[in-house]
Design a protein around this ligand. Structure first.
Ligand SMILES: NC(=O)c1ccc[n+]([C@@H]2O[C@H](COP(=O)([O-])OP(=O)(O)OC[C@H]3O[C@@H](n4cnc5c(N)ncnc54)[C@H](OP(=O)(O)O)[C@@H]3O)[C@@H](O)[C@H]2O)c1
Length: 236
C-alpha cells in the first residue's frame, strides 16, 4: 500500500482521516503542531495496525517549516500517493477587527502552507492525489471568520487551478465540511442548536468526511471537484 501525508493529523478531523487511511493500509506521515502527546498516541495506534507512521512537528506560520516538512516526508516516504491538507486555524474576527498578525498567520496556515505542500508534492511525488479540506463557508458570505473564509476560498480556487495544470499526473480535489465537530471546548449542545439551521436538521460526523475521502480515492475520473459534506448548509 502507498503512504499519505496528513497535516493537522493529531486531533479531531485530521486524526480521524489519518486513522482511517491507516486502517485502509496506508503508511502515514503525520504532521502536527502543538499536540505532541496526542500525535504520539495516534502514531502508536497507527503502528499497532501494522503500517508505517512517523510524526513531523511544524509551525505553518513559518513557511520555511512547511517547506522543510515537505522535503522530510517525501524523503522518508518514497511511496507517497496522497496529500491531505487539513491543518487550519479558525479565528473569530470580522474584517474590521482583524489583527495584522492573525491575518498573516491565517493565510500562512490555511492557504500558503497548503499551496507550498501542493507545489512540492507535484515537484517530487508527481502521482496520486491531493485533497484539501475546506469549509462550507467557501459558498457563503459570512464575515465572522473573515481571514479564514478568504483563505479557504483561495484554497478552493487553487484546487481547481492545480487540477487543470496537473491533469492526469496528480488529481486535486477538496472536501468542504459543514457542521461536523463542535469547536474545542463546546459539546453536543452546540451541535444540537446549530443543527436547527442545517437543511437536513442534523450534523455530520468524521465518518461522513472519511466516506467522501473514500469516494475521491476510488474515483479516477474525478479531479478539480469540491465535495460539500454539510447537510445542505452551504446552499441555505
Ligand atoms: N470541525 C468541523 O466541523 C469543521 C467544519 C468545517 C471545516 N473544517 C475544516 O476541517 C479541518 C480540520 O478541522 P478540525 O476542526 O477537525 O481541526 P482543528 O481543531 O481546527 O485543528 C486544527 C489543526 O491544525 C493544526 N494547526 C493549528 N495551528 C497550526 C500551525 N500554526 N501550524 C501547523 N498546524 C497548525 C493543529 O495542530 P496541533 O493540534 O498539533 O497544534 C490541528 O491539528 C480544518 O481545515 C477545518 O477548517 C472543520
Amino acid at each position: 500500500m502507498p503512504s499519505a501525508l496528513v497535516t493537522g493529523g493529531a486531533v479531531r478531523l485530521g486524526r480521524a482521516i489519518a486513522l482511517h487511511l491507516a486502517r485502509k493500509g496506508y503508511g502515514v506521515a503525520l504532521h502536527y503542531h502543538r499536540s505532541d502527546e496526542k500525535a504520539r498516541a495516534v502514531l502508536a495506534e497507527i503502528e499497532s495496525l501494522g503500517v508505517r507512521a512517523r510524526g513531523y512537528p511544524a509551525d505553518f506560520t513559518d513557511l520555511s517549516e512547511t517547506v522543510k516538512l515537505a522535503g522530510q516526508a517525501v524523503r522518508d516516504f518514497p511511496d507517497l500517493e496522497l496529500l491531505v491538507n487539513s491543518a487550519a486555524n479558525f479565528i473569530p474576527q470580522d474584517i474590521e477587527n482583524t489583527e495584522t498578525a492573525s491575518l498573516t498567520d491565517t493565510m500562512n496556515i490555511n492557504l500558503l502552507s497548503p499551496y507550498l505542500l501542493m507545489r512540492d508534492y507535484k515537484r517530487w511525488v508527481n502521482r496520486g492525489m491531493v485533497v484539501n479540506i475546506l469549509d462550507e463557508r467557501v459558498l457563503k458570505n459570512i464575515p465572522t471568520f473573515a481571514a479564514y473564509s478568504v483563505a479557504k476560498v483561495g484554497l478552493d480556487h487553487l484546487t481547481r487551478l492545480a487540477a487543470i495544470e496537473w491533469g492526469e499526473r496528480v488529481r486535486v480535489n477538496a472536501i468542504a465540511p459543514g457542521l461536523i465537530l463542535p469547536p474545542p471546548g463546546r459539546g453536543d449542545e452546540f451541535l444540537r442548536r446549530e443543527a436547527e439551521k442545517v437543511p437536513l436538521r442534523t450534523h455530520g460526523s468524521v465518518d461522513d468526511i472519511c466516506r467522501a475521502l473514500d469516494y475521491l480515492l476510488a474515483s479516477p475520473f474525478v479531479t478539480g471537484e469540491t465535495l460539500f459534506i454539510d447537510g445542505g448548509g452551504s446552499k441555505a
